[in-house]
Ligand binder design. Structure first.
Ligand SMILES: [Fe+2]
Ligand SMILES: [Fe+2]
Length: 243
C-alpha cells in the first residue's frame, strides 16, 4: 500500500466507532511515518475532497504523540532564542484559532452578536499581525537553513504562508463589507475552516520538523546571534510574549 492508501485506511477505521484497534493503528502510523510525508498525504486527501474535519481524529492522535517531543524541544532553547520566540508566538496563534473556531460556530448557529463581530475583527487583526512572524521566517530563518542545504521544507512553508495570507486578508475584508447574512455565514465558514485547519497544521509542522531541523543544522552561536539581530530589525507582533 502507498503512504496515502495507508492513511486513507486509518482514517476510515478511525471514523468507525466499533473499530477498537483503530487508535492503535493510527498511533503506529504517526510514529512510523515521517511527519512531513504524513502532512503531504493529508494535504493530498484534502485537495481530493476529504473534508478537513475528517482528519481531526488523526490530528489529535498525532498531537498526542508528538506534543511531548515539541515541549521537550522548546524546553532546551535558551531564553530569547529566535526559535523560542517563534514557538511562543505559535502558542498565541493557536489561541486565536481556537477563538475563531468558537466564534464562527456561534455565528453559524444564531443571529451574530455585536461582541462576537468585534471579537472576530480582533482575531482577524491579530492573525494579520502574525504576518510579521512569517516574515521573520521567510527573510531570516529560511534563508539561513537554505544556505545549509535544507531547501524542501522552507519551500513548502513559504507556499503555505502565501495561501494563508490571502485567506486572512479576505477574512478582514469580509468584516468591513455590508452583506447578506447567509452569504456572510457561508463565506465565513469556508475561511474559518481553511485558516484553522491549515494554520494549525503549518504550526505543527514547524514546531515538530522545521524548527528542530534548524536547531540541529545551525550550530554556530554567532549565526544565531545574527539571526536574532535580523529578527529584531524586522520586528515582532503585538502579541509576542517577550522573554
Ligand atoms: Fe511559518
Ligand atoms: Fe511559524
Amino acid at each position: 500500500m502507498s503512504q496515502r492508501e495507508v492513511l486513507v485506511d486509518v482514517l476510515r477505521r478511525l471514523s468507525d466507532p466499533d473499530d477498537l484497534g483503530a487508535k492503535e493503528a493510527a498511533q503506529k502510523l504517526v510514529t512510523e511515518v515521517d511527519p512531513l510525508e504524513l502532512s503531504l498525504a493529508e494535504q493530498q486527501l484534502v485537495d481530493e475532497g476529504t473534508r478537513p474535519e475528517e482528519l481531526r481524529h488523526l490530528c489529535a492522535i498525532h498531537l498526542e504523540v508528538l506534543g511531548d517531543q515539541i515541549q521537550d524541544f522548546r524546553a532546551q532553547l535558551p531564553p530569547a532564542h529566535p526559535l523560542r520566540t517563534l514557538m511562543l508566538e505559535h502558542e498565541k496563534l493557536l489561541g486565536f484559532l481556537a477563538e475563531l473556531e468558537d466564534v464562527n460556530a456561534r455565528i453559524q448557529a444564531s443571529e451574530p452578536a455585536p461582541q462576537d463581530l468585534e471579537l472576530l475583527r480582533a482575531i482577524a487583526d491579530n492573525l494579520i499581525d502574525g504576518n510579521k512572524h512569517h516574515q521573520r521566517e521567510e527573510d531570516v530563518l529560511f534563508p539561513a537553513m537554505e544556505e545549509l542545504g535544507i531547501t524542501g521544507p522552507p519551500r513548502i512553508m513559504r507556499l503555505e504562508h502565501d495561501m494563508l495570507k490571502a485567506r486572512k486578508a479576505r477574512l478582514q475584508e469580509l468584516l468591513s463589507k455590508q452583506m447578506d447574512l447567509q452569504e456572510f455565514r457561508k463565506e465565513l465558514a469556508g475561511l474559518a475552516a481553511f485558516i484553522v485547519f491549515n494554520l494549525r497544521d503549518h504550526i505543527f509542522k514547524e514546531d515538530s520538523i522545521l524548527y528542530p531541523a534548524a536547531w540541529r543544522t545551525i550550530t554556530s552561536k554567532a549565526e544565531w546571534e545574527r539571526i536574532r539581530e535580523e529578527c529584531d530589525r524586522i520586528g515582532y507582533c503585538s502579541f509576542t510574549p517577550m522573554g
